[in-house]
Design a protein around this ligand. Structure first.
Ligand code: 8NA
Ligand code: MG
Ligand code: MG
Length: 341
């Protein structure tokens, strides 16, 4: 049912799986489906003893968000910033974006009063438009029935450009809607996202950032319209998806892409194995797009997991991925918090 525990567990666990399984192809521009299926199928073959697939910055930062929301029973920017900084200092080798590292080092300073300032100083004061805010946005949707505002503030701790934090808002909205069962009606789902983002992108700052970066007016809405057009097409190639939506490290080139992956994989596809359920299709398809595969699969995983629920996740995948069991435990705690606030 809507907002059931199974959906919460599915969302948080499948996000981790997307990150861990997607790491194999991160930054590879062309990923043949054959290679994706070989990689994914090797997870099922436990005789191979693949060992554990490690998670990256996506899961490391999402875990900080989860721990902070749970410990503070709500959003506390100082606590969250401290956790990001501490996590980075303990495990700096998780594949963080090259810019965000400077923010994470500054956030470690005990003299810092405004925790949003380091993010504002990025890229000559423009702020980052990377997908690092969006990749950790799902937990906000699992903690609050009205997550958009906190997802934005949580992203602004590292991403002060509206094209960064609005991507986090969009990802949180997509997870929120999926938790409610909204993906049962895909057309309504995409139309709701478009009308919500119309509002989100209507402020002066967002309009100005889009102008400066020479993007369309309301860039996320623009991409969501393309998602809707691609959804309506019978056959769509990987090349078309990449050229219309992107597969890069910018939020604008990856959040709408992740949403498309979920929508496209709601039904069986001839190039994906018949024995795959929707969640397996979504993750495999995300990897086949290449580019920022760990992050796109992580975001698509969170949305798809919220839709299909934890039962849709193959057990062998969970056993292969670092952090999947912790995510499952935390999802249960978030479910309680969500129904309290
Ligand atoms: P970030 O804030 O450092 O942004 C990522 C990159 O985007 C920066 O290093 C810049 O190259 C570029 N960028 C962002 N904002 C601007 C701007 N205003 N002007 C010019 N360039 C800009 O880090 P993040 O946390 O957003 O990074 C997220 C991604 O990087 C994640 O996907 C994560 O997994 C990681 N990552 C990706 C790859 C890959 O090949 N796809 C490799 C390693 C790490
Ligand atoms: Mg990563
Ligand atoms: Mg990535």
């Amino acid at each position: 049912g809507p907002t059931s525990l199974s959906r919460f567990r599915g969302a948080l666990v499948a996000a981790v799986l997307g990150d861990c399984v997607g790491g194999e192809f991160e930054g590879v521009e062309e990923v043949p489906m054959e290679n994706v299926l070989r990689h994914v199928n090797s997870l099922e073959d436990e005789t191979k003893g693949n060992g554990i697939l490690e998670y990256s910055d996506d899961t490391a930062m999402a875990s900080c968000v989860v721990q902070s929301l749970l410990t503070r029973a709500g959003f506390d920017e100082h606590d969250m910033a401290r956790r990001f900084a501490k996590e980075y200092s303990i495990s700096p080798g998780r594949g963080y974006g090259s810019g965000v590292i400077q923010v994470l080092k500054k956030l470690a300073s005990p003299h810092l009063t405004d925790v949003y300032q380091p993010a504002r100083d990025q890229f000559n004061g423009r702020g980052s438009f990377g997908n690092g805010g969006a990749m950790r946005a799902a937990p906000f949707a699992l903690a609050f029935p009205d997550a958009a505002n906190f997802a934005r503030l949580g992203a602004m701790l590292t991403h002060s450009c509206s094209l960064g934090y609005n991507g986090a808002v969009l990802q949180a909205l997509a997870v929120h809607l999926a938790l409610q069962g909204a993906l049962d009606l895909p057309q309504t789902f995409i139309n709701t996202l478009i009308s919500e983002m119309e509002e989100v992108e209507s402020d002066e700052v967002s309009r100005n950032d889009a102008r400066i970066l020479k993007e369309a007016e309301k860039p996320f809405c623009n991409r969501l319209h393309r998602v809707r057009d691609l959804m309506d097409m019978d056959k769509v190639t990987i090349e078309e998806v990449i050229s219309e939506l992107g597969n890069g490290i910018a939020a604008l080139q990856s959040v709408p892409t992740a949403i498309f992956c979920v929508l496209h994989c709601l039904q069986p596809r001839q190039y994906l194995p018949e024995n795959y359920g929707g969640l397996e299709r979504t993750i495999a398809y995300s990897l086949a797009l290449g580019g920022d595969t760990d992050t796109i699969a992580c975001m698509a995983g969170a949305i798809a997991g919220a839709h299909y629920g934890v039962e849709a996740i193959p057990q062998p995948w969970i056993r292969c991925c670092e952090g999947a069991d912790d995510a499952d435990v935390n999802a249960k705690r978030l479910h309680i918090l969500y129904h309290q606030v």
